[in-house]
Design a protein around this ligand. Sequence first.
Ligand code: FAD
Length: 811
Amino acid sequence: MAELPTHARVVIIGGGAVGASSLYHLAKAGWTDSVLLEKNELTSGSTWHAAGNVPTFSMSWSLMNLQRYSVDLYQGLAEAVDYPMNYHVTGSLRLAHSKERMQEFERARGMGRYQGMDLEMCNVDDLKARYPFLETHDLSGGLYDPADGDIDPSQLTQALAKGARDMGAKIVRFCPVTSVDRENGEWILRTPKGEIRCEIVVNAAGYRAQELGRMFIPHGGRDVPMMTMSHQYLLTDEIPELQAWSKDEGQKLPLLRDVDSSYYLRQEKFGLNLGPYEANCRPHWQTKSDPMPEDFSFQLYPDDLERLEWHIEDAMARVPILGTAGINKVINGPIPYTPDGNPLIGPMPGVPNAFEACVFTFGIAQAGGAGKVLAEWVTEGQTEWDMWSVDPRRFTGFVDQDYANVKGREIYANEYAMHFPHHEWPEGRGKRLSPNHNKVIEIGGVMGAYAGWERANWFAKPEDDTSEESTLTWERAGPWHKRIAEECAAVQNGVGVLDLCGFSRFELSGIGAADWLLGQIAGALPKPGRMNLAYFADRRGRILTEMSVMRMGEDAFLLITAATAEWHDLELLKATLPAGLTLENTTEKSAALIVSGPDSRALFSGISDADLSLPWLSHQRATVAGKPALLARVSFAGELGWEVHALNEDMPSIYTAVLEAGAKPFGMYALDSLRLEKGYRTWKGDLSSDYTLNEAGLSRFIRLEKNHDFPGKAALAAETAVKTFATLVVEAGDADAPYMATLWSGNEVVGEVTSGGFGHRICKSIALCMLRADLAIAGTEIEVEIYGRRCKATVQPEGPLYDPKNERLRA
Ligand SMILES: Cc1cc2nc3c(=O)[nH]c(=O)nc-3n(C[C@H](O)[C@H](O)[C@H](O)COP(=O)(O)OP(=O)(O)OC[C@H]3O[C@@H](n4cnc5c(N)ncnc54)[C@H](O)[C@@H]3O)c2cc1C
């Protein structure tokens, strides 16, 4: 057994599939001075008992990419590391019980095609041809994924471990980390075998990630947002009919996922493996009476088949040969969940030189991609693909254990559910409330959660249907549609108010603050009293974030960013902040209103002492309704308007006064419509680290001539963008273009949609997109694939569709 070295560059804690893949990828990147510490034996956590399904399917672009990478890796791994493995690429069928499910599959097929995969839509006859034992009378069709399959999770882990060891990395088993310390910029990890010092540490402790994570709290960490569910699958005896078919055909059945009934069914030798995600599910290790044992290595929970009765019966009706077999074995093991069901891969929030690759619900399918992404974070500080959907910093301070518990359970029970654009999941709500919350509800706000903040999506009249059922559609139409149109019209023709709680706010000051900031952003700084947009890029010139910069003095700034960006942006700023400067996160202290529309000046003249003649992109301190406020002359809605920022305690008086002065409340859906017409980008939709500032059409915000050598300067100066930002007007029919909808020119894929929606002022469906540069010429006709339909789209002239010269903003 390997001895514990005294030093290493990187130490990975946890030897499941994910830890082993992380070690393998670090070694492949040349970081062979890496050590993996495992509490027990490799695979002894969740990995040993996993069913080993390896799908590529995901409705998230980045997770699909991660899983596609895993499949590619696994196909060549046995040979690459000389470790034979059981890996069966059987293909899979997903069944659709509804038109909406078929639309979802069409969307996945489009994304898959763009990633080089061949997902196929199936009609009922195709399903029957691929799966002769299937009852199809009530199905709408399905989706075939030829790359899906199953792998032996233990062999996969051992293969990755062997590959890593062969390259020089080390693995020390039976070596639990019991405490961590930091000295002279080094980590000291203590174990019963002694201590090891390292530069960088990785938490890959699976369902024990929170327990391990607590050791990092004294070093700036937080409680890892997670909970653990019990998940079961059952294995049947051999089924003679299946054996005969398999032998005749010389193949296994494709893996079947009846997603609307929420289970998978897979051939295992000549029997079947049934794995449901049940609604009456069971969390574990949440209460004092059910503590997580000190050691649960290679252990299982007791069988609990009663919970699965409905699914067993449903699956027997779907595949009647299942009913002919007895149950041979049940596996009931721990499976960890974050509050959104995606794993944590990336920097450990608040802790220097520490990363996470943990809390995987589909850790076998994702281990390959996770190792790649983790290794990129560690060795380069940036990733090839934008990985915000798994970035640990997406869960900010509002996430407590109650939230993690209820969301994890909700996700497990809805593991295969469709995520419709107007649907809000009901659990974990009300975590962060605007000071105006009660008023917003009183006047009809239909709420949505944005990084925990409750904001109105739209405002309903008493007769409107606000039920959850009404939102289960991909279509634009719904009870909200008419109200959004009215809200947009009010902003266009009168004045509207949006209670926009949750902006992230950072106050930066100190001698040299301006000089330092100029070295961080690509562009210029505003003069005192003015504001502008600033972009932070990485070394490749790709977009890290966008901030509104208000200059309060020569060396004093208020930086405002998206609610979800709070921890991401704070860490970005802190990473290079010089000792003499002060940076304060004041997110929780203040709130904001967007007051916008041609009548907004008249409105404020009645309730504020502000100088309303100050120009666009100015700001000032004034009173509104007798309360101190900061008024910024900007509008994300694209009309004359002001943002009003005020302390929480003053906000209710201001909001009431604005409403009483005649502003009509509008919601986030209306704001999205209005901003699309202006071509304003949103963070992590249109503005992601998949694109450079030049590609995103933001070259006007770059100042290459300034003396400061900001990140990405050289790359941006040298770049010739092959794709570029464009605005499309789409003949979209009933549904607007979703994120990552494919763009076609003839039979060629030429780009992707970064956000889409309906512009109510121009009465057209709009898509913001990244398009091959030679096609980004006004008037060019292309097509956008929307849930499988190819819709005609026309490239628009550069600049906003609505009020292209910003005359209404400047009014
Ligand atoms: C019944 C069931 C079926 C499943 N089927 C599938 C499937 O078909 N496909 C799929 O993709 N996923 C499946 N999963 C999920 C999958 O098992 C997990 O996502 C995956 O195993 C997670 O791997 P990991 O490496 O992150 O964690 P783990 O395998 O749990 O590894 C973490 C390791 O960290 C070690 N550790 C913890 N604390 C310390 C410490 N202080 N010091 C040192 N070491 C420590 C543990 O001993 C453990 O070995 C299934 C899960 C269950 C329960």
